[in-house]
Design a protein around this ligand. Sequence first.
Ligand SMILES: Nc1ncnc2c1ncn2[C@@H]1O[C@H](COP(=O)(O)OP(=O)(O)OP(=O)(O)O)[C@@H](O)[C@H]1O
Ligand SMILES: [Mg+2]
Length: 504
Amino acid sequence: MSVWTRDVPVEGTTELPPDPRALDALGRNHSLETALADLVDNSIDADADRIRIRFIRHRTRLVGLYVVDNGTGIRPDTIDAAMTVGGRRNYSGTDLGRFGVGLKAASFSQAASLTVMSRAAGHPPVGRRWLLNRSRRDYRCDIVTSDFAAAELDRNWPVPTNPSGTVVRWDDVVGFPSTDDPAQVEEFLTRTISHLQGHLGLTFHRIITHRNIRISIDVEDTGLGAGIASTVNALDPFAYPGTPPGWPKELRADLDGTPVVLRCHIWPGRSNLPQYRLPGGAEQRQGLYMYRHDRLLHAGGWEGVHAADRRLQLARVEIDIDGDTPGLFIMNPEKTRVTAGPLFAGTVARARAQDGTDITTYLQAAEAVWTTTNQRTTARRRPVVPPGRGLHPKVTREIRDELPQLTDEPVNILWKALPDNQFIEIDREANTLWLNRNYRAALLGGRRGGLNDLPVLKTLLYLLAENTFQGAHLGPRDKDNIELWQSLLTTAARAERAAYEERR
Ligand SMILES: Nc1ncnc2c1ncn2[C@@H]1O[C@H](COP(=O)(O)OP(=O)(O)OP(=O)(O)O)[C@@H](O)[C@H]1O
Ligand SMILES: [Mg+2]
């Protein structure tokens, strides 16, 4: 075996430009929400304060999507650089852009065609189009006619694109439903717009609030015009009512001259506010929130500082980072996550507040607030037999949080065949509330069943019948109740089944 040497000898170079198919790999981690956030980044960098996201529906089908802004626009001499993958410009200290790929990666992850039309003040409108299928073969980008670019910019947008503004257009969006069924399209739109409001409201909450930026979403029916717009409201994960005394605290550490500041917050208790129950669920949203230039890059998770724990759900830490910092932070190109480097956990462990508080003390305090506030609400409530199999895990977890638990065997809610005149059976021996399988398909209404199916029905039954599993034996009152439930529920189940069979 030869000895290891540091230097690798070379005998020339060969030019290897990337194959155009490399574009395929761009933006693979994007969802529609995160991709649109990337376009909103660009609008904000262009100093826009009005941004409209618009879905286009032709007859019953979704055919396209626009993002329109009143920013400074793109000049004819910079449009080619803007459309180039990796075409970086000189970024200012507060810009959200960084890699020169956002627009292209976000768009290609969602659509087969990206058209950008823009007008900078005092310049003629310009437009370019990338067709993903063709760009797999070469790097040819279409030059859109100036007339069409002008016409698209001057469509009747609620956002002024004169003297300057930009229209980004996606056609053949992969995530759109490929159906003409108006009900399914409507459902898709309702769900998607609500997800978008949540994601954009969270990602840009500081910018929406501090810079007074209006982002809104609407749907245009071709030939009919646009419907009512949904506004994206700021969703500030730190906007809690009141606050436990002494919090938040700033824990500071230093890594070779780079300051790391952790603003450690404790929510005063669990809450129904949307900024507590963030998309993904409050429990998943404990931990670190990392911002770069006021844009949220990372929303929750402890990144090796600590393991996630139900009892830490009131703990949220604000950190401002300036992009990548060797050993500490690496942001992913989709700007949806920051990975903590190998030096991060150690740096956090060294961080101290002025009064000496460290991360361990903070986490203990957050857990203590959770325990006391949780006990305060649960103490007033009647203890229950814990939920067992058959209930949705999220419901189970919530029942455990909300109600004091007896030490009894958990109660299951499961299906089995029963006589037709019996929708339920309370089986105290097996700790199971049986549901009659013969009604299952009708109740599912054609959807697929599973162990945790029909969560609403099962949660209601749990609330109704859980206490019949308590105590040594059933009292006469319980027996009478069960008889009553049996007869009403069986009638209801039969009605469901009749309606179901009629539909088929
Ligand atoms: N809405 C817009 N208004 C004005 N200029 C835009 C707009 N969208 C894109 N641009 C121009 O296109 C360039 C490329 O955008 P792109 O998102 O691909 O990269 P970036 O923003 O520079 O960096 P990053 O990859 O971090 O997003 C931008 O730098 C900007 O000059
Ligand atoms: Mg960008």
